[in-house]
Design a protein around this ligand. Structure first.
Ligand code: HEM
Length: 534
């Protein structure tokens, strides 16, 4: 049954891809540009280009199911030089030297664009309820960067007690029906998605909306349905896209629910912004929605619908990566039990010596190191710092990136490279803490590539998980806080176990290494605790 379904699926994909190329005339003039990877190809006839292009696209089908492996093999053969990986829709040029990584991070978004990648990946025009994105970011202001990178980050201490309390409550609710042995069994990835959604809804939309079950359910469903629909749309001819998007998103059910709940709130807040007199007696709400409104253009203000579209587009970035990382983190806690005692001891000592009411997460170096090692080993995305070439682009070393192709950093392969990390396939939870201590003492560390101490939120060539340059993830300080508070809560209150330690933990789609929905974890409440008395 399964193989025949698979064969049928592959056949349908192949058919769709052929129809897409034929109907949309991809085999005409752009062929030459798209397949330009070497000077030799310049001398090819037009027909040879077409054949070469088609061969590359079909070769690229294996990228869909084995992307990280394809990249790791090519990385090993490239010896530090840029290399090219074919995908069904375009080529990816992967770079690994500090100079080229810096160049792509600093390139003008008019040439190498992250925003255009997101647009190609997510097809917002079809999947996000008709909301259209520009190809370049910054055309009408980059308020979201200030809203997240500056305003959200500067309010983290203010939010921390609430985030802590939401995580604690969610865990207790999720794990409230233990069996005879005291353990509750859960599917860890779906549970992490629900918890992260609850926390993020509170930060993003404020307390009132975060309490509405219909709204939080739509907030969770929305990114999943967009990703699912966008994947189907990538192989759908353009004239069918609206219908297919509507079918794949259940007639835009989640987006419509979000719009319906957000519309009155956003309208009211925008009206208050336009007329500050209306604000006089009430303080401004403290949440990302308010900051996104505050940082939107004053001249030619957006309509409420456009504003909601922008808020929802930013919301999209918040749930998926964070829940995947949190899932692998809890699984790693279960798989590497030897780290539990030192992590708990670090926490106990911190609580005992701190005069503050909340934990200072920056003062838990072992926890920071453990999380980094979990990310280094599992790494939910094989590439980072994706940029789509909006024009033909020649990198400093002469490497050509054809218009429409992407240039990226193969972060997963780099993190498994023995020339960068000692014993790269071994989970060594405190390697980063040891390396930092050594670097702080003025010594070199052979265990990591860094030349200076670094933490989870560092965004640089040796730690590109947040991207690089001005586009580096503006939500990383918030993400780090949430990840650390989740682990702290689990360490403090719960004992957890993976019943099937050797079972598969992930599945691959393109460059993503997604946690499996069916991985189960057992949780049992502990009696001895150091944080909030129960
Ligand atoms: C573990 C969790 C996360 C990871 C690994 C992650 C990683 C990334 C990466 C790799 C980029 C692209 C940067 C580049 O290519 O240079 C990015 C962009 C972005 N991230 Fe995150 N992110 C995470 C969580 C979050 C959260 C929680 C938020 C919001 C609070 C957020 C908001 C954004 C936004 C808005 C962008 C787009 C930036 C732009 O276009 O300039 N991310 N993130």
């Amino acid at each position: 049954m399964l193989p025949s379904t698979l064969i049928l699926g592959v056949a349908i994909c192949g058919l769709f891809i052929c129809i897409k190329f034929l109907v949309e005339g991809t085999l005409t003039t752009t062929v030459g540009l798209r397949s330009e990877t070497s000077k030799k190809q310049d001398s090819m006839t037009h027909f040879a280009y077409q054949i070469h292009y088609l061969k590359n696209r079909f070769k690229g089908l294996s990228y869909l199911f084995h992307g990280p492996e394809v990249i790791e093999k090519a990385y090993a053969q490239a010896n530090g030089r840029p290399f090219l990986v074919a995908t069904p829709s375009n080529n990816h040029v992967l770079v690994t030297t500090n100079e080229l990584m810096r160049e792509i991070a600093d390139a003008s978004p008019a040439s190498l664009s992250l925003h255009a990648v997101a647009k190609e990946l997510l097809q917002p025009k079809h999947t996000m309820h008709g909301f259209e994105w520009q190809n370049q970011r910054g055309l009408e202001g980059t308020g979201f960067v200030r809203a997240l990178r500056s305003l959200l980050t500067s309010h983290l201490a203010y939010f921390q007690p609430s985030i802590d309390s939401i995580i604690r409550t969610c865990l207790r609710e999720e794990l409230s029906t233990p069996g005879g042995n005291g353990f509750t069994q859960v599917h860890i990835f779906p549970m992490m998605k629900r918890i992260v959604t609850r926390v993020n809804c509170f930060i993003f939309f404020g307390e009132e909306l975060s309490q509405k079950a219909e709204f939080t359910a739509a907030a969770l469903e929305f990114p999943q349905s967009v990703i699912f629909a966008a994947e189907i749309l990538r192989i759908t001819p353009s004239f069918l896209r609206s219908i297919v998007a509507s079918l794949a998103t259940g007639k835009h059910r989640a987006a419509k629910t979000l719009f319906r709940h957000l519309e009155p709130i956003v309208k009211e807040r925008m009206a208050k912004r336009a007329n500050p007199d209306l604000n006089r007696n009430s303080p401004l709400p403290v949440d990302c929605t308010q900051w996104l409104i505050d940082t939107s253009p004053r001249k030619n203000p957006w309509s409420p619908a456009r504003m909601i579209g922008e808020i929802i587009a930013v919301w999209f970035s918040t749930v998926h990566q964070l829940s995947m990382t949190a899932t692998y983190l809890i699984e790693d806690l279960c798989l590497h039990e030897e780290y539990l005692a030192p992590l708990k001891e670090e926490l106990r000592q911190h609580v005992a010596t701190s005069s503050k009411a909340s934990i200072d997460i920056e003062r838990l170096p072992l926890l920071d190191s453990f999380i980094k090692e979990s990310i280094r080993c599992t790494n939910a995305d094989a590439v980072s710092c994706r940029r789509k070439a909006l024009v033909d682009y020649v990198l400093d070393d002469g490497t050509r990136v054809a218009r429409g192709d992407w240039v990226c950093i193969p972060q997963r392969a780099m993190m498994h490279d023995p020339n960068r990390f000692s014993r790269p396939h071994e989970f060594d939870g405190f390697r980063f803490a040891r390396a930092n201590a050594s670097l702080r003492a003025g010594n070199h560390s052979a265990e990591v590539p860094d030349n200076s101490p670094a933490s989870l939120t560092t965004a640089n060539h040796d730690w590109p998980i947040w991207g690089l340059g001005i586009a580096a993830c503006p939500g990383r300080f918030y993400a780090s806080l949430v990840l650390k508070l989740i682990v702290v809560q689990v360490l403090d209150e719960w004992e957890c176990k993976l019943p099937d330690k050797d079972g598969p933990r992930s599945m691959v789609w393109r460059s993503s290494v997604v946690p499996r929905n069916d991985t189960r974890v057992l949780f049992r409440r502990q009696s001895e605790r150091h944080l909030e008395a129960s």
